[in-house]
Design a protein around this ligand. Structure first.
Ligand code: ADP
Ligand code: MG
Length: 468
């Protein structure tokens, strides 16, 4: 058509042809897309797209949710780009943003990360955006995470520091970030005057290095030191980064000294963080360390049901149960699986069955289908305690090998379906009474021994999350 190769801008439209306005042009593109992909796809994915601008060789579009954005980006962005280029002149790329305002207006609780940086006090300048879905209401609990959730709620509801710091510990995708955002949301709602900063440890480090380069370390320190609540996510990232640790530690001490609340998260306990300064380690252990353990199938099912309700979609109960049974690695993958099935159902326009789910999720299922074996557990135990496999199976009775061996027996009993005699055979041909003794011993010790509890949790997590 016209203006081939030229820059089309929202603000510079003088042409009087039928597609003079940007939205008319995009409307034309939409109708072409409808012809190409059909009515069902159009309704689900194309209709919600709005055009924002077109300049500098980029077409900017907006959609109401992140889910739609990811889907459109993956499936239709290329087609949109080539259609637009053909009809209105070449563009180099299509950017898709989330229309936060619109999403917040319509249904703030559905899958829409709204950038919520509007609290008044300047903390918004450095705090990272919060995901609108990550609220306490949307966090499903059972015994694996209830301590962490209760502690987070307590922190969010208290005007003075309670556990300082609150240290949230848990494997990937088990809800650490969710709880931190929930704290921030709750505070913004109930105490908007309080200054809350949430950011990843990586970003903290990046900011710090930037400040060092531009010789603005004073300002950097001030920003953090004048907050009410400082939340740093994934603190394992600053392990081994000495200058950053040092700065964090000072900030940390100042804030704690002033009675300000600190919340940190990591994928392991303070004692298991390697390359961490000892002063910082002991400070980090000095509040409440709340563990988020592996999920059970029952919890996973409840999470799936809650997610479906949240996005107002449904899948047959047997499909949800199938997912809860099979996707055991972490909640993020579970959600990914759910989204894939829902997208598929909407695109193809037919309902999902266990069989079709099996097909659609082949790759994910394969990864998650690894049944835990006694050997897997032994291997994790050996790695954790830095022993040799032969120690596991040997007759040596010194504590240094005997205790880890008993831990492996305990976990083999707890995490596999094998009988005691079977487990015995896998421990160098031991009698089943030896296995019972080992299991009981660890059960006994776990009641008191905090370090052992941490060891067992860490090994369990490594084994359950399939980190082989
Ligand atoms: P982490 O920070 O521990 O790696 P996230 O907090 O990012 O994990 O959680 C990953 C995803 O799983 C998020 O979408 C989160 O909402 C969801 N999730 C995790 N645990 C729960 C839970 N108990 N209830 C509901 N959603 C959860
Ligand atoms: Mg996280």
């Amino acid at each position: 058509m016209q203006e081939k190769g030229s820059v089309v801008s929202v603000r510079a439209e003088s042409s009087t042809d039928a597609f003079s306005s940007l939205s008319a042009r995009f409307g034309h593109i939409k109708s072409l897309l409808q012809k190409e992909f059909g009515a069902t796809v159009f309704r689900s994915w194309i209709a919600p797209i709005e055009v924002v601008s077109s300049s500098g060789g980029a077409l900017e579009l907006s959609v109401p949710t992140r889910f739609i954005r990811d889907w459109v980006r993956a499936h239709y962005a290329d087609t949109i780009k080539s259609l637009w280029s053909r009809e209105f002149g070449a563009i180099a790329k299509v950017d898709i943003v989330i229309n936060a305002r619109k999403a917040a207006d319509s249904a703030a609780h559905v899958s829409t990360p709204v950038t919520a940086n509007e609290n008044a006090n300047g903390a918004e300048v450095i705090s990272s955006p919060l995901d609108a879905r990550f609220t306490f209401d949307n966090f499903i609990t059972d015994s694996s995470n209830e301590l962490a959730a209760a502690a987070a709620k307590k922190v969010a509801a208290s005007s003075a520091a309670v556990f300082n710091p609150l240290f949230l510990q848990g494997g990937v995708g088990l809800g650490k970030t969710h709880l931190m955002h929930a704290i921030a949301w709750h505070m913004r709602e109930t105490a908007p005057a309080r200054r809350v900063i949430y950011m990843s440890a990586e970003k903290f480090m990046y900011r710090f290095v930037q400040a060092l380069r531009s010789r603005e370390t004073m300002a950097f320190k001030e920003q953090f030191r004048s907050v009410d609540v400082l939340m740093i996510d994934d603190i394992q990232f600053i392990c081994g980064k000495e200058a950053t640790q040092e700065e964090f530690f000072h900030t940390f001490n100042v804030l704690i000294g002033q009675g300000k609340q600190i919340v940190v998260s990591a994928d392991r306990s303070p004692s298991a963080l390697e390359g961490l300064d000892e002063k910082l380690r002991s400070r980090l252990s000095g509040g409440l360390v709340a563990d988020i353990g592996p999920t059970t199938a029952e919890l996973r099912l409840r999470i799936l049901q809650s997610k479906c309700a949240m996005i107002k979609r449904s899948l047959p109960q047997d499909v949800l149960e199938f997912l809860a049974q099979k996707i055991t690695s972490n909640v993020r993958e579970l959600e990914g699986a759910l989204n894939r099935l829902i997208a598929q159902a909407e695109l193809v326009g037919c309902s999902v069955t266990v069989e079709s789910a099996q097909n659609i999720l082949q790759d994910l299922l394969r990864v998650n289908d690894r049944r835990l074996s006694v050997e897997d557990i032994q291997k994790k135990v050996v790695e954790h305690y830095k022993l040799r496999m032969s120690d596991m199976l040997s007759q040596r009775r010194s504590r240094i090998v005997a205790r880890p061996r008993q831990v492996a027996m305990y976990l083999a009993k707890a995490l596999t379906e094998h009988s005691l005699p079977e487990i015995g055979r896998k421990f160098g041909g031991r009698d089943h009474t030896t296995i019972i003794h080992g299991v009981r011993k660890i059960e006994e010790l776990l009641k008191e021994d905090r370090l052992l509890q941490e060891d067992v949790e860490a090994i369990k997590r490594a084994a359950m999350t399939g980190a082989f």
